[in-house]
Structures are given as structure tokens and as C-alpha cells.
Design a protein around this ligand. Structure first.
Ligand SMILES: Nc1nc2c(ncn2[C@@H]2O[C@H](COP(=O)(O)OP(=O)(O)OP(=O)(O)O)[C@@H](O)[C@H]2O)c(=O)[nH]1
Ligand SMILES: [Mg+2]
Length: 281
């Protein structure tokens, strides 16, 4: 009997059931996930990933919905990943998002997925990044990642984004709170939403002042983001299911010392690094 088709192969054929299942594997840290992602890896890296964050109720979903609409008018397909806080205070967000995004859900060029933030921090960031990789491999041109900007776990999620949009709105001390919470530091684009409400002008001015002082800190943060991402993916590729473990084991069995094996591997890897890689702008 022929082996069952892998999720990766089904995803390459555009099978959305397989897409949904593989994202669930990412979310649940299923041990089968890594091999599927490795198979899809050549197709990852083409999408533009936009993270949308901000305080609860600022208008993130409204903006995501609108960005999706605009992308569709340019005939780009859109994958949306909404990370919902598990906190009971904001637990209503999921249903709200579903309803507000309803006008997009009937469009076959749009795929919407919610992820629960559950407990573990690194777990959520990794799951969201993996979900973006899967959506990217599936072929969505634009990926919109909505997360409430309430703490470190959510900021870590934004590491998956190429561009981070922070949505704020006028209201009791919102601008100041955002600064305290470090929201401005993660922003590539600052949006003042609800400009029909009083205080929007002042918020704009406050943000303009605050943002002008942030350039140096943000560059440092970005470098860290790249470093973190490279280390993590490198370790995964080297030591994941398609990785080097088998080769190391057989060399050890031949009596080669761990030190010599490590030196040889490092030599090979750094040799590979001297070849220029193409970086998307
Ligand atoms: N007055 C006004 N209200 C708006 C505007 N944009 C969105 N809203 C309303 O603000 C509320 C929250 O909008 P959402 O887009 O759900 O905000 P969110 O940031 O996704 O909310 P959570 O995901 O629950 O944190 C909704 O009732 C929107 O209709 C605006 O420009 N002006
Ligand atoms: Mg929302």
C-alpha cells in the first residue's frame, strides 16, 4: 500500500484541511511538525508578514480587516493569524474578531486562523512564527498577525513579523501607557486610530515626540531579533529530524573524537557562510 500523503505534500497542492491541521500541530508542539516544516522550507520566505499590535480595543481587528481588503484589491492573497489572549478579561476578543472579520471569511483568497495564547511564553511565539511559516509556504502573499500588546509574550510573537504596526487610540493616558509598556520600541508604523474621538491630535503629537528619540534603541532590538531567529532556526535545522545527528553518531562509532567532529562541522558550516546569500528587501 502506498504511504499516506504527507501534510506538506497536501499543502503544496493547496489543501486547506492540511493547512489547518499543520498549524494545529505547530500550536500543540506536535513532534511531527518539524519534519513537515522542513519539507516545506524551500517555499518559506516569500510572504510579507505584518504584525498588528496595540492595547485591547484599539482597533487592531478593524485595521487587519481593512488591510486584508486592500491587499485583495491588489489581488494578493491574505493569511490572517489572530493570537487571542487566554485571559478571561479579554477572552471575548475571539468572537468579536470572528464577527468583525466576517466580510472576509467568504473570500477564498483569505484564510483566518485564531490561536489561543495559553500558558508558556516561548511556546506561543514559536507557534505563531511556525503558523506564519506554514501560511507562507502555502502561498499567501501577505500575512497579518494580530496580537494584543499587553506583555512580553505578545512582543515575542512579533518577532515573526517583517513589519510591526502599533495601533493606538486616544483615551485616558493611552500614549503614555504605550510608552511605558515598550510598545513604541517594537513599532515600525504607528497608527492613531479613532481619530474621530477627542484627543487624537494630542496623541499624534506626543507620539511624534517620543518616536523621534527611538531610532538607536530600535536598531539594537532589530539586531537581537535577527540573532535570535538565526540561532533558533540554525539549531533546528542542524539538530532536527533531517539534521546531523545520524552523521555524528556514525563518526563517533568510527572512533572520531567529539572535538574533531565539532571542528569539522564548524569548518563546513562557516565555509557555507562565506557564500553570499540573497536577502529580500
Ligand atoms: N470611534 C471609533 N471607533 C472605532 C474605530 N475603529 C474601530 N472602532 C471600534 O472600536 C472597537 C474595537 O475595535 P477592534 O478592531 O475590535 O479592536 P481590537 O484592537 O481588535 O480589539 P481586541 O482584539 O479586543 O483587543 C470596535 O467597537 C470598533 O468598531 C474608529 O476609527 N473610531
Ligand atoms: Mg481584535
Amino acid at each position: 500500500m502506498a504511504a499516506a500523503e504527507t501534510l506538506a505534500a497536501r499543502i503544496e497542492r493547496g489543501d486547506r484541511t492540511a493547512l489547518a491541521r499543520l498549524i494545529s500541530w505547530a500550536e500543540n508542539a506536535d513532534p511531527r511538525f518539524a519534519a513537515e516544516l522542513a519539507a516545506l522550507w524551500p517555499k518559506v520566505g516569500r510572504a510579507w508578514r505584518i504584525g498588528v499590535t496595540g492595547p485591547p480595543g484599539a482597533g487592531k481587528s478593524t485595521l487587519v480587516n481593512e488591510l486584508a481588503r486592500v491587499e485583495r484589491t491588489h489581488e494578493r492573497t491574505v493569511g490572517i493569524c489572530a493570537v487571542d489572549p487566554s485571559s478571561p478579561f479579554t477572552g471575548g476578543a475571539l468572537l468579536g474578531d470572528r464577527i468583525r472579520m466576517d466580510d472576509r471569511t467568504l473570500d477564498p483568497g483569505v484564510y483566518i486562523r485564531s490561536m489561543a495564547s495559553r500558558g508558556s511564553h516561548g511556546g506561543l511565539a514559536r507557534a505563531a512564527a511556525s503558523a506564519c511559516d506554514v501560511l507562507d509556504a502555502f502561498g499567501f502573499g501577505t500575512i497579518l498577525l494580530e496580537t494584543v500588546g499587553v506583555g512580553q509574550a505578545e512582543y515575542d510573537v512579533l518577532d515573526a513579523a517583517d513589519t510591526v504596526v502599533v495601533v493606538l487610540c486616544p483615551g485616558a493616558g493611552d500614549g503614555i501607557q504605550a510608552m511605558k509598556a515598550g510598545l513604541l520600541e517594537v513599532a515600525d508604523v504607528l497608527v492613531v486610530n479613532k481619530s474621530d474621538l477627542p484627543g487624537a491630535e494630542r496623541l499624534m503629537n506626543d507620539l511624534t515626540d517620543a518616536a523621534s528619540g527611538l531610532g538607536a534603541a530600535r536598531t539594537k532590538k532589530r539586531v537581537e531579533q535577527v540573532r535570535h531567529s538565526v540561532s533558533e532556526q540554525l539549531a533546528e535545522r542542524l539538530w532536527g529530524p533531517e539534521g546531523l545527528r545520524g552523521r555524528v553518531e556514525s563518526e563517533l562509532a568510527r572512533g572520531v573524537s567529539p572535538h574533531a567532529i565539532a571542528a569539522a562541522l564548524l569548518e563546513e558550516i562557516t565555509h557555507g557562510l562565506t557564500r553570499p546569500a540573497e536577502v529580500r528587501g
